[in-house]
Each structure stands twice: as structure tokens, then as C-alpha cells.
Ligand binder design. Structure first.
Ligand code: NAX
Length: 327
């Protein structure tokens, strides 16, 4: 039997948490031979609910679930964690401006970033889901001393998956035929979903687009605003698809991306593709055995450049709002 992998999940009693934990414990994330220990964090007011979730996890009798702990103390949840999935965040409420949200949640990611750096495994891999995900990840990464800041990522995978699914529907092909979509930039409506490098059954996706206006009028805004569309239809935000995206993000990071494909991850910038260093930005990456590498040498047209820079400017603005929270 393999050694169990310790997975910390914050906001574990929330909606995404409830959809995520059972997927992890069943083996969907790390494979059906890999035992896991879940280390779950919540605020004190939600601990009772989290206790109930843990009771349900027990009742599943998952063969791979080697242990569960729940707590409201960040250091306890992060202790020795190999993977940290940071979902817990305050929702945006009525009357709250975007910079209020940045600050309220930024405080959480400062506190938890410090605790994480003290307590987690030095090789821990971190993915931030709680919004504004890219800037929250940046705040947590800025407090990394023992940990490698490159191991702090934000989740762009929901946007990536949304792009794949839309391309498949437009081309009239199964989603398995589509590869190499990209969600560049911020996880916000300023992201740039890119199908220009995508392929369908090995052929450039452009071949399947008969109306060039479809990309600008439907594909790009459709992916950018999908969260709002779901909120309106369901009366609640994306939950199961977000949990699924977190499963995909961690699975591919640890187990590797399929050959001749890539995924989108929010990672610390280093100047590549003309995006200056110092923000967490969505890039196409290929992963192997727990490391990732940015896909190089993709052609960037002026149309793409404009959208990529605009997403960068939004991230710069966000960073300015939370500078006082960064280490
Ligand atoms: P919920 O409000 O259902 O759950 C959030 C949970 O976090 C709650 O149980 C709350 O008690 C807990 N929490 C709050 N502060 C905490 C703290 N300091 N420490 C630990 N736990 C804390 O929201 P849910 O639908 O689960 O969404 C969670 C986050 O994901 C939100 O910020 C949401 O905006 C974000 N999303 C991000 C997506 C992405 O693609 N990156 C997509 C889906 C989702 O919108």
C-alpha cells in the first residue's frame, strides 16, 4: 500500500467543499490506488456543519480514505499537507465593491498563507479556488519562506474546461476531440479564452469556425460570463463544475498532462509572453510528476495581445489594492 497523501481543504463545509471532498476520497483526483488523508479547515461557525460532512465521509467507507480531521485552526489543517486546496472565502454580498472583497478575502489569504508556510510540507502544492483567486494566491505566495512560491497556483481550469466544451459543441464533435484551449490571465470576466491554438481531431479549431464573428461575439464573452449565466439559471453559483475543475487541476499537476495537450493554470509570472513578473496569471502549461512548464513559442497576434494585456492590467489593479497584505 502506498503512503497516504495529506490533502488540506479550506472552506470544506461550503458548497464546493461538499462536492469536492467525496471526489477526492473516492480516488478521482489522485487515482484509485492512492490513499489520502483529508485535513479540513472551516471557520468556527461552520464546524458543526463540517462535522456532519465528516460523518458522511465515514458513511461512504471509502477504501482510500486513510484519515480525516477537521479544525478551525489553520496550522492544524495545513500540518504536513502535501496538497492544499484553498476554497474558503467570503462571498461578495450586497453593497460590497470589488476592492472590499479583495481586502476581506485578502486578509484570509494573508493569515492562511503564513500558517501554510509554517505548517505544510515544504514541497506542498497549493491551488487557490476562493475568489478573487489569482490575487488571493499571490497574497499567500508572498508569505512563502519555506515553500516555493512557484507551487502557489490559482484555478483557471473551470474556464479552460468551459472553453473546451464550447469548442466541441460548435464543431459538433465530442469534447475528447478537442485539445489545447487556453484561459489566459485573471479568473474574472477580463480573462482571455483562446481557441486560436486549439485543435479538433488534430485539425486547427479555426477550420470549424465558419462565422469569424462567432469567436468575438459568442465564444469569448460566453466563456468569460459563464459563471453569471449559471448563477442566473441555477439561482446559485457554479459548484459541481468548480469542484470538478479543482480535481482536474491537481490530478494533472501531480500525475501529468496527456502527451500533445496542455492545461491552463494560474501561475506566478516571470516575464514570459510579455506579462511582467509579480502576478498570478493563467498560462498554458504541461505538467509531469508534480512540476509544470509553460508552453513556449505560441504565436500571439495583436488581437490576442490586447486581451492578454487587459487581463494583466486588471491583476495589477488588484495587486495595488492588497499590497499592504503581502509579505
Ligand atoms: P460557500 O460560501 O458555499 O463556501 C465557502 C466556505 O468557506 C464556507 O463554508 C465558509 O464558512 C468558509 N470560509 C469562509 N472564510 C473562511 C476562512 N477564513 N477559513 C476557512 N473557511 C472559510 O462558497 P462556494 O460556493 O463553496 O465557493 C467558494 C469560493 O470559490 C468562492 O470564493 C467562489 O467565488 C469561488 N469560486 C471560484 C471559482 C474558480 O474558478 N476559481 C469558480 C467557482 C467559485 O465561484
Amino acid at each position: 500500500m502506498r503512503q497516504p497523501i495529506r490533502i488540506a481543504v479550506t472552506g470544506a463545509a461550503g458548497h464546493i467543499g461538499y462536492n469536492l471532498l467525496f471526489r477526492i476520497a473516492s480516488g478521482d483526483m489522485l487515482g484509485y490506488r492512492q490513499p489520502v488523508i483529508l485535513q479540513l479547515l472551516e471557520i468556527p461557525a461552520s464546524l458543526q456543519a463540517l462535522k456532519g460532512v465528516c460523518m458522511e465521509l465515514d458513511d461512504c467507507a471509502f477504501p482510500l480514505l486513510a484519515g480525516t480531521l477537521f479544525t478551525d485552526v489553520p496550522e492544524e489543517a495545513f500540518a504536513g499537507a502535501d496538497i492544499v486546496i484553498m476554497v474558503g472565502a467570503r462571498p461578495r454580498t450586497k453593497g460590497m465593491e470589488r476592492n472590499d472583497l479583495l481586502n476581506v478575502n485578502g486578509e484570509i489569504f494573508k493569515t492562511q498563507g503564513i500558517a501554510l508556510d509554517r505548517a505544510a510540507s515544504p514541497r506542498a502544492k497549493v491551488v487557490v479556488v476562493g475568489n478573487p483567486a489569482n490575487t488571493n494566491a499571490l497574497i499567500a505566495a508572498s508569505h512563502a519562506r519555506r515553500l516555493d512560491p512557484k507551487n502557489y497556483t490559482s484555478m483557471m481550469r473551470l474556464d479552460h474546461n468551459r472553453a473546451l466544451s464550447r469548442i466541441a459543441a460548435h464543431a459538433g464533435r465530442p469534447v475528447t476531440s478537442v485539445r489545447k484551449a487556453i484561459a489566459w490571465g485573471n479568473h474574472s470576466s477580463a480573462q482571455f479564452p483562446d481557441l486560436y491554438h486549439a485543435v479538433v481531431d488534430g485539425i486547427n479549431a479555426n477550420t470549424f469556425i465558419h462565422d469569424p464573428k462567432w469567436v468575438e461575439r459568442e465564444f469569448i464573452p460566453g466563456v468569460q460570463n459563464r459563471g453569471t449565466e449559471i448563477l442566473e439559471a441555477r439561482g446559485a453559483s457554479s459548484v459541481a463544475s468548480a469542484a470538478n475543475a479543482a480535481v482536474c487541476h491537481v490530478r494533472d499537476w501531480l500525475l501529468g498532462t496527456p502527451e500533445n495537450d496542455w492545461v491552463s493554470m494560474g501561475i506566478l509570472t516571470d516575464g514570459r509572453y510579455g506579462i511582467p513578473e509579480g502576478v498570478i496569471y493563467g498560462f498554458p502549461v504541461q505538467c509531469s510528476k508534480g512540476s509544470y512548464a509553460v508552453v513556449e513559442n505560441l504565436e500571439i497576434t495583436p488581437f490576442m495581445r490586447e486581451r492578454m494585456d487587459s487581463s494583466y492590467r486588471e491583476l495589477l489593479w488588484e495587486r495595488d489594492q492588497v499590497r499592504h497584505l503581502m509579505g
